[in-house]
Design a protein around this ligand. Structure first.
Ligand code: FES
Ligand code: FE2
Length: 417
């Protein structure tokens, strides 16, 4: 369990909240590049860390992310005209460039210098890995863009989707590193013999370790094998909201907070060496893995909270699915959202298998203290992100730290785009 105070500290992401300020020290995904694919294409709305913003691509292809509210009298710039190097508010015609500088104030008499005094709130943007990313923190602390392996590979080597999770970001992140749920929530087959539970127990990890590293931490679940070795499943957490998944093809998630009670979950599959093939793409388009099928033109999954994730009770009763809910991503969403918009962690009763979750919370609280104390933050070196999750077998006396030192690092195969 967690005190109410610590729960608030970890979950609130608005400007001025400790976690909100910490998140603002890192690059965060704002949208797909394809949503503003052409110069002067219509602006789109973006909500990030509790702020309403508009994203647009100007006539030269430069990207701007401005506060949605025009600094004149706060009308929405979403309705603006994107033309000739800037976004023009349609209320009184004031125009701004991608940096928020005012280019024109047609509603005042000639000779006025008000143009030089008014400025729109703007955040710098960069395009990487099919996404537009932004940095919303103090300009003097802007880090280099992290060397995420999946963002380095050519577009054909990766598949990126996103959907809204109707809950706080931490429920998503904790779910992503919850080693104990895999054999239950995502299990396809259930032993239907009454009273039989050994089956499930056998596949629960017997060791959990969380190892802090300079990019974030790794969470490892270990099982003893009949030959005496340990089988390790090592998941990488990159600060402040990334996960790398040791699947085939490799995977990744980003839990980008929309606000305190909503999160945009980005899901990625990628192959560092070759394009994803037809078979792999067909599998993804069956929507049974980490990607969810969304409602047409929407960031909301077809199976969502409002329809109980299309749970099929007959399927659940048949034993062919533990949940009766189809798709790993939807199953995760169902459980994480079912805890409420912001889980009340003061009401928890934790088990030994939750040790990793407890450790993660402590590390996040430590990061908040480091920020408050002006200490160096985790994950500021872009090269620290050149790591990959993995599974391996190792002798029982080999420490997780040694294993990670040998296995984690990866050089990006392809130069940044
Ligand atoms: S409110 Fe935007 S120009 Fe007046
Ligand atoms: Fe899961």
């Amino acid at each position: 369990m967690l005190s109410h105070k610590d729960n608030e500290l970890l979950t609130r992401v608005g400007a001025g909240a400790p976690m909100g300020d910490l998140m603002r020290r890192y690059w965060i995904p704002a949208a797909f590049s394809s949503q503003i694919d052409k110069p002067d294409s219509p602006p789109i709305r973006v909500r990030l860390l509790g702020e309403n913003l508009v994203l647009f691509r100007d006539s030269e292809g430069r990207i701007g992310l401005l506060s949605e509210y025009c600094p004149h009298r706060t009308a929405s710039l979403f309705y603006g005209r994107n033309e000739e190097g800037g976004l023009r508010c349609v209320y009184h015609g004031v125009k701004f460039d991608v940096n928020g500088a005012c280019l024109d104030v047609p509603c005042v008499p000639p000779g006025s210098n008000v143009k030089d005094k008014i400025k729109a709130v703007s955040y710098p943007c960069i395009e990487r890995g099919d996404l537009v990313w932004t940095y919303m923190g103090p300009p003097e602390h802007k880090p280099e863009f992290p060397d995420l392996e999946w963002a380095h590979v050519p577009a054909s080597h990766r598949f990126v989707t996103r959907h809204v999770q109707e809950c706080n970001w931490l429920q998503g992140l904790e779910g992503g590193f919850d080693a104990a749920h895999l054999s239950f929530l995502h299990s396809g087959l259930v032993d239907m013999r009454k009273g039989r539970t050994d089956h499930d127990r056998r596949i629960v990890p017997s060791a959990y370790e969380v190892l802090p590293l300079d990019f974030g931490f790794v969470v490892a679940g270990g099982r003893e094998l009949p030959n005496g070795n340990m089988s390790w499943h090592v998941d990488v957490m990159l600060f402040p909201f990334h996960k790398i998944i040791p699947s085939v093809p490799l995977g990744a998630h980003i839990w980008a907070p929309i606000d305190d009670e909503n999160t945009m979950l980005y899901s990625i599959n990628f192959n560092p060496e070759r394009p994803l093939n037809d078979e792999e793409m067909e599998r993804e388009f069956a929507w049974r893995g980490i990607h969810t099928k969304n409602l047409p033109g929407s960031d909301y999954a077809e199976a969502n909270k409002s329809n109980d994730y299309l749970i099929d009770r007959d399927l659940q009763a048949s034993g062919r699915s533990y949940t009766g809910v189809i798709g790993l991503g939807v199953q995760d969403c169902a459980m994480q959202e079912s805890m409420g918009p912001i889980a009340d962690r003061s009401k928890e009763f934790l088990f030994v298998g939750d040790a990793g979750i407890v450790r993660i919370r402590r590390l996040l609280l430590q990061a908040l203290r480091d920020l408050a104390d002006g200490k160096p933050l985790i994950g500021m070196d872009p090269r620290g992100y050149r790591v990959r999750s993995f599974r391996c077998e190792a002798p029982p006396d080999r420490s997780l730290e040694d294993i990670c030192r040998e296995r984690l690092s990866v050089e990006p195969a392809v130069a940044a785009e």
